[in-house]
Every structure is written in C-alpha cells, then in structure tokens.
Ligand binder design. Structure first.
Ligand SMILES: [Zn+2]
Length: 241
C-alpha cells in the first residue's frame, strides 16, 4: 500500500513537471490554434475574429462611417485547410506554367503564406477595403490604395485613425523590408497579435510541415525555413514586434 502511494506520488510529480516544462515551450493546443488547425474557439469569435478584435473593429468601422468611409472586410480568419487549398492550387498552376520548384515557391510567397504560417490563422488579421467605390476584378492591388486610386480616401483615413483602435499594417511599403510584398489592405490587431507572434516563434516549422500534404514541401530545406522565418514571418512592421 505504502509503495503504491509513493508510486502514485512520483507519477503525479512527473506529470506536473512535464506540464510545467511544456508551458515553457508551447502547448499542443496553442500550436493547433496558431496554425489554423483548431476550430473549437467559435464561442470566443465573432465574424471569425477573436471577440476583442471584433469589438475593436466594430468601433473603428463606426468611427469611419461617421466620417463617411464604409469599411468592408474582404478576408479575416482562415483555416489551415483553406490556406492549403490556396497554396496547392497556386503550386499546381505554376508547375503547369513550367516553373521549377524553387521559382514556383518563391513566386507563391510573394503574397501567399505556407499553410500553417499565415497570420490569418490567428483571428487577429483583417484584409480591408472601402465598400463604396465600384472596382471590377481583383480589389487587393496596392495601386488602388494610392494617389488617385479608388481606395485612397480609405487609406488616408486608416493612416490617421487605425492605430488608435489597435490596428496596424503588417506588410508596409518600407523600402528596406523584405518578404511579403506591400499590402495596404492587411491590418493586424496589435494588442493580441504581438503576444501571438512571440508564442508562434516557439513552433518547430519543420515538424509542423512533416505530415501535411503541402505541394513542394520537399524543397523546404533547413536554410529555406530559416530565411522564410527571418525575411517573411519576421520582416513586418516594427510596431507589431
Ligand atoms: Zn491578409
């Protein structure tokens, strides 16, 4: 009986040690959540966003409307599966166009992320435009937001006001920035996405990709992943780090 009790004690002690060790790294639940593989947080989400983000966005949308700008969401949260479809569709198309694997991957990551690495998995990101001007075709093109473009007034309003609601551009037009191209439509809710990024960096991308059906992943060398992290995941607005 005594030995059973001490065995039980050792077992519980080991369990507690293991759990606290995991906390210093990252929990499996966090990995699933930050890589878009977890759909069980629908309760704390509105419009596919985390509730705090949805509330902040609603306030910003109202303030913009008061100034005559109608903000429209083009894209918010995206699952791993959705990003996988985007990636594999582009990869297959580029392959048909005779691009070699390296050029293929480099072309996709001009604008699209590898599944599991999109900030859109986090519930803190929004692609936004102005709902009023009629624009045919692709609305997420940088030139539409500049100078005399149809979304120039929206962009001007966001430049002045978005930060006060917690929203910041991620992929700025800073000439020294590498990685994903300038996206004047992609905003991030900094109070949550900053700690999420810190947590995200604890994820081992190599093991994340291992059992996934990502086309071209055999070309994700150690060197490629290292540079992808440095130049793509981390070369973002300094306000979000
Ligand atoms: Zn985006």
């Amino acid at each position: 009986m005594t030995s059973f009790k001490s065995f039980k004690f050792v077992f519980i002690f080991c369990l507690i040690t293991q759990l606290s060790a995991q906390k210093q790294t990252i929990t499996q639940a966090s990995v699933l959540k930050l890589t878009g593989q977890c759909n069980d947080h629908s309760n704390d989400k509105k419009f596919d966003l985390i509730e705090d983000v949805a509330i902040a966005f609603a306030k910003m949308k109202q303030a913009a409307a008061d100034d005559g700008i109608q903000i429209k969401i083009i894209s918010s949260s995206r699952s791993f599966e959705r990003q996988l479809v985007i990636w594999n569709t582009k990869y297959s198309q580029n392959k048909k166009d005779s691009l070699n694997p390296t050029d293929n991957i480099n072309k996709i990551i001009e604008y699209s992320t590898i599944p599991g690495t999109s900030r859109h998995h986090w519930g803190t990101e929004l692609d936004l435009i102005d709902a009023e001007p009629m624009v045919e075709g692709d609305v997420l093109l940088a030139h539409l937001f500049e100078d005399q473009g149809p979304y120039a007034l929206f962009k001007k309003w966001m430049d002045i006001n978005s930060n006060s609601f917690g929203f910041y551009l991620v992929y700025t037009n800073d000439i020294d920035r590498k990685g994903f191209k300038y996206e004047p439509w992609h905003y991030s809710y900094a109070p949550l996405s900053k700690p999420f990024l810190k947590e995200y960096l604890k994820i081992n991308l190599d093991s994340l990709f291992k059992d996934k059906k990502i086309l071209g992943k055999e070309y994700f060398t150690e060197e490629f992943i290292k540079n992808y992290l440095k130049d793509y995941i981390l070369d973002i607005s300094p306000k979000l780090k």
